[in-house]
Design a binder for this molecule. Structure first.
Ligand code: 13P
Length: 250
C-alpha cells in the first residue's frame, strides 16, 4: 500500500500562486520514493491552472475540496463530480470538519456526496474526527462510528481499496498547532481500521487511513510510522512547496 500524502489548501492561493507552488513541488519531489503518492486539494478557481502546471505528472493527483451529489442542475454555488473530472481532478474530499461545522453538512449528506462522487469515478478522502467536547465526554468511538457508518452508507462493500481513504482529523488539532499524540492517533486509527475491515471484508485491510491536524515537517515522520497510519492530510504546512515536500519525503 502506498502512503497517501495529501495537501488541503483550503481557501488559499490565486491561480498564479497555486501553479507556481505546484511546479516547485513537482521539482522537489522528482526523487520521491515509490511507496508515496501525492494528492493536492486546491480551491476550485485554481484547479485548471494546477492541471496545466502538472501536465502529465502521474504521481501527483489533483482534487476538489467539495462537490455536490448531482450531475448538474439548479444548485447555485456548487460543483459536480463531473465538473471536477472535466478540469482534471481524480480526487475529492468529503466530510471535512470545516464543511460540517461552518456549512452545517450532516453525516448523511456527506454520505450522499461520498457515494455519488465514487460512482462518478472520483477517488475519495472521507474526513472524520471528534471535537474536544465530544472527546472529553467519552464519545470518541461513537462519533467516529456514526461518521463512518453514515459517510459510507451508499458505498458498495466491494469498493476497491485505492479509491477510498479515510482521514482522521481531530477537530481540536486542526490549525491549532496541537498535534494529537501517538496514543490518541493509534486509538482512533485502530477504531477506523476495525470499522473498515468489517464494512469492506475484502478490501478494508488495504484502505488508507490518513492523519490530519497540525502535521509539520518536524512531526510527519513519527506520525506516518505509527500502526494504521497510511498517510497525512496537511493544511497550513502544505501551502509552501518546501515544507510540504519535506512532509512527503519524511
Ligand atoms: P492543519 O494542518 O492546518 O492543522 O489543517 C489540517 C486540515 O484540516 C487538513 O484538512
Amino acid at each position: 500500500m502506498k502512503l497517501l500524502m495529501a495537501a488541503n489548501w483550503k481557501m488559499h492561493k490565486t491561480r498564479a500562486d497555486a501553479a507556481a507552488t505546484l511546479s516547485r513541488l513537482v521539482a522537489a519531489l522528482s526523487g520521491m520514493p515509490a511507496d508515496r503518492e501525492v494528492a493536492v486539494f486546491t480551491p476550485f478557481t485554481a484547479l485548471s491552472a494546477c492541471a496545466d502546471a502538472l501536465g502529465e505528472s502521474p504521481r501527483i493527483g489533483l482534487g476538489g475540496q467539495n462537490c455536490y451529489p448531482a450531475q448538474e442542475g439548479a444548485f447555485t454555488g456548487e460543483c459536480s463530480p463531473a465538473m471536477l473530472r472535466d478540469v482534471g481532478c481524480t480526487w475529492v474530499l468529503t466530510g471535512h470538519s470545516e464543511r460540517r461545522a461552518i456549512f452545517g453538512e450532516s453525516a448523511a449528506f456527506v454520505g450522499q456526496k461520498t457515494a455519488f462522487a465514487l460512482a462518478s469515478g472520483l477517488k475519495i478522502v472521507l474526513c472524520i474526527g471528534e471535537t474536544l467536547e465530544e472527546r472529553d465526554s467519552g464519545q470518541l468511538a461513537a462519533v467516529l462510528e456514526r461518521q463512518m457508518r453514515e459517510g459510507l452508507a451508499g458505498v458498495g462493500d466491494d469498493m476497491p481499496a485505492p479509491v477510498l481513504s479515510l482521514a482522521y482529523e481531530p477537530v481540536w488539532a486542526i490549525g491549532t498547532g496541537r498535534v494529537a499524540g501517538p496514543k490518541e492517533i493509534l486509538e482512533a486509527h485502530a477504531l477506523a481500521r476495525a470499522f473498515l475491515e468489517k464494512r469492506f471484508p475484502a478490501q478494508g485491510k488495504a484502505m488508507r487511513i490518513l492523519y490530519g491536524g497540525s502535521v509539520k515537517p518536524e512531526n510527519a515522520g513519527e506520525i506516518i510510522r505509527l500502526d494504521n497510519v497510511n498517510g497525512v492530510l496537511v493544511g497550513g504546512a502544505s501551502l509552501q512547496a518546501e515544507s510540504f515536500s519535506r512532509i512527503v519525503l519524511a
